[in-house]
Design a protein around this ligand. Sequence first.
Ligand code: UD1
Length: 435
Amino acid sequence: MDKFLITGGQPLQGTIRVSGAKNSALPCMAAAILTEDEVILENIPQVRDIATERKLLSSMGAEVGGAEVGLPEDHCTRIRCAVLSDPVAKYEIVKTMRASSLVLGPLVARAGLARVAMPGGCAIGGRPIDLHIKGLEKMGAEIVQAHGYLEARTEQIGGRLKGTHIVFDKITVTGTEDLLMAATLAEGETLMENCAREPEVVDLAALLIKMGAKIEGAGTSTIRVQGVDKLHGARHAIIPDRIEAGTFLVAGAITGGDLTVANCNPSHLGAVIAKIQEAGAQVDIISADAIRVQAGSLLRATDISTEEYPGFPTDMQAQFMALTTQADGVSQVTENIFENRFMHVQELVRMGADIKVEGRTATVRGAAHLTGAYVMCSDLRASASLVLAALVAEGQSVLDRVYHMDRGYERIEEKLCGVGARIERVSNAPDPAEE
Ligand code: UD1
């Protein structure tokens, strides 16, 4: 199991590049299921969840490659689902990746049959997919649950999903994406209301439209889809990862550095930029794809409350909490999306932070003098918050279980070392995610 040894105290300086968005690449790869032609995706991040999805698509009979399209294999994926010999998402493959439900809609739409292992719970709370199921049932699919799998079929309605009117009870990102993909091949019109408005939904819709889908309204809460008989191949570049970009902005601010975050989309980062500015750092959009963050004196206490896009993202809550430990005064961090997303708190406290959690709100008193400690990563974004805290802690921190980090951040230690951080990866045991 890999560990990070991080020595704090270096202000980060220079330019750091953002990779493609994991949360956009995952649904876009699943969209390849919808056609028998080739789909080529560029700017794919090299992270563990993507490797898992490649494996998953291959196990269903897809051809998955990369180098032959003339771009580095690790950032370009070519997927061809000419035949789906085995429309099953096996538990052994999907157990480490929560986004596996994204293949449910495309599989049942294309093959009329899908068997998908139910996602387990995870550190940040239960991850129900009832809204995916409800939507597909409304489109006519018959869904049964047994032996840890969901089985969906359309033979009783003639093998094709039917367009319908779906109103999501709750805003769900992958639920919107899953049903959007299913609706592209359904018979007739599907009207979806109370949809997620995240940039990743818009990116998926852009790919689907290139593939021949008829979609209006992606990026708003109402999406209208006219189903088509067939989709064709397409080539698409994935948007930059706004959460990785936000993590780097916090890294610049927390270390009192001067950091340029390149290859990002500033328009996706409005709420995050506003809060880092409120905390007292200077943040400037210096070009269409770069943001500079500079921080000098003590940061100011700042409250955040997570919301669906365009609000402050839950995926940046843990990182921003690390920043508030270094801000003067009392900050309140409220988590509204997931019920148990404060796993990083106890680890930050072990490093010297003063944080009290009551219900959905954490009260952070700063600025705390953090000292290096042995801490455990519990989930993807919690790991990022511990890296950020370790960058300012006095002395050395040891971060255990960094495989959580590797699920969603591409070579983060190399990227941060390139701008002055001192991080060493040590490997001394097999990674459990690979077993
Ligand atoms: C996606 C992101 C994840 C992010 C989250 C919220 C991907 C691969 N992952 O996860 O990084 O933290 O959005 O921005 O894109 N819910 C239900 N029933 C459902 C579906 C969701 O009750 O069928 C609830 C969830 O428990 C949660 C809330 O809705 O409380 C939002 O979850 P959702 O938007 O679905 O998260 P994901 O799509 O899994």
